[in-house]
Ligand binder design. Structure first.
Ligand code: NAD
Ligand code: UFG
Length: 339
């Protein structure tokens, strides 16, 4: 049985990925400093799967913690989710982003090298692409992030490319996620943001449950069919399964480090998401058209063909599934994981 270290395991994407790993028969060791999550998410993962996993509360920047972890567990591969992800916060606190996302990755790689663990799946983001390459982003599209968060991901990618060039024993998948939304179909785990959500889907679900009064639609004058921004939304369970596919395919990757988009290949506008959510939930979402949000791009979506070719993976779940699963999670857990 292969043993996988999952950093950031208690978070949104990490918890869903731990679930699919356990279901697929992997042994899992989670590591999380709980800066943006609660360990209770992993108790629920274990309840849902009927399987147990190891969990260490610790920081990826803590060398002693990593050394002990790799000594205690014979790890076959690492999935590295741990990091900070709020674009606006990264503009205000760039050093925290370089510290957590770049230095955190560097410390993890150093510990992996010492432990001779050379299989890594890295959480990158569509935010590494330059707006000039839009709307369809290929892995070869021009790069050029517009925030410190995006740069922290691109710097980490470069570090991983350099490492793989220096030592052919490394196999690294740089997975560039588009917009993950939704929750496990049980409604038992899901996205639990702190404070007022920055992202569209959790904002909509909190309007639906009565915690927020009205959605501000950022921009109604984009050059898109209905004037609102277009993104490639991907169900978090499809994304989790994408990691499983990457683990299965990692030995077959020709390059040492390979960038691969994980998206559906289709764009949806903000108003299309609102309509799909209303249809899935039976709720009316109050909204108003507000000014554009600084830093937003009008429209982009993934070219998802490389993932199909290299990982034999495509998304399976629809926008309606994303909305009904996000709504089930929010309805059953109006206070998130607070129990
Ligand atoms: P999340 O905040 O829910 O999960 C990240 C987890 O990492 C949290 O549990 C947090 O406590 C932990 N963490 C943060 N810094 C840490 C550190 N130094 N040491 C140990 N643990 C630490 O976020 P998520 O949405 O699950 O995102 C997971 C990864 O995917 C992140 O790297 C993020 O940048 C990337 N990503 C997310 C999105 C998205 O929209 N959610 C899109 C593209 C990429
Ligand atoms: N939006 C609104 N109102 C809101 C929130 C969002 O209209 O209250 C709009 C945005 O303007 C955008 C769309 O909804 O058009 C999606 O916005 P999100 O904030 O949900 O997501 P982003 O596309 O801005 O960014 C997300 C993550 C990034 C990640 C990126 C990858 O937040 O970390 O997806 O594509 F890098």
């Amino acid at each position: 049985m292969q043993k996988i270290l999952v950093t950031g395991s208690a978070g949104y994407i990490g918890s869903h990925t731990c679930l699919v790993l356990l279901q697929a028969g992997y042994a899992v060791v989670g590591l999380d400093n709980l800066s943006n999550s609660v360990a209770h998410s992993l108790q629920r993962v274990q309840q849902l799967t009927g399987k147990s996993m190891d969990f260490v509360i610790g920081d990826v920047r803590d060398e002693i913690c990593l050394t002990r972890l790799f000594a205690e567990h014979k790890i076959d591969a690492v999935i590295h989710f741990a990091g900070l992800k709020a674009v606006g916060e990264s503009v205000r606190q760039p050093l925290s982003y370089y510290d957590n996302n770049v230095l955190g990755t560097l410390k993890l790689l150093a510990a992996m090298q010492i432990a001779n663990v050379k299989r890594l799946i890295f959480s990158s983001s569509a935010t590494v692409y330059a707006a000039a390459g839009r709307p369809r982003f290929f892995e070869s599209s021009p790069l050029g992030p517009s925030s410190p968060y995006g740069w922290s991901k691109l710097h980490a990618e470069q570090m991983l490319l350099d490492l793989a060039t220096s030592d052919a024993a490394w196999k690294i998948a740089l997975l560039r996620y588009f917009n993950p939304v939704g929750a496990h179909e049980s409604g038992w785990i899901g996205e639990d943001p702190n404070g007022v959500p920055n992202n569209l889907m959790p904002f909509i679900t909190q309007v639906a449950v009565g915690k927020l009064t009205e959605l501000a639609v950022y921009g109604g004058d984009y050059p898109t069919p209905d004037g609102t921004g277009i993104r490639d939304y991907i169900h978090v369970m499809d994304l989790a399964e994408g990691h499983l596919a990457a683990l299965a395919a990692i030995e077959t990757l020709q390059q040492g480090a390979t960038a691969i988009n994980l998206g559906s290949g289709q764009g949806s506008s903000v108003l299309e998401v609102v309509s799909a959510f209303e249809a899935a939930s039976g709720k009316t979402i109050a909204y108003k058209i507000a000014p554009r949000r600084a830093g937003d791009i009008s429209d982009y979506f993934a070219d998802a063909e490389l993932a199909a070719t290299l990982l034999h993976w495509r998304t399976k779940r629809s926008l309606a599934d994303m909305c009904s699963d996000a709504w089930r999670w929010q309805r059953q857990n109006p206070q998130g994981f607070m129990v």
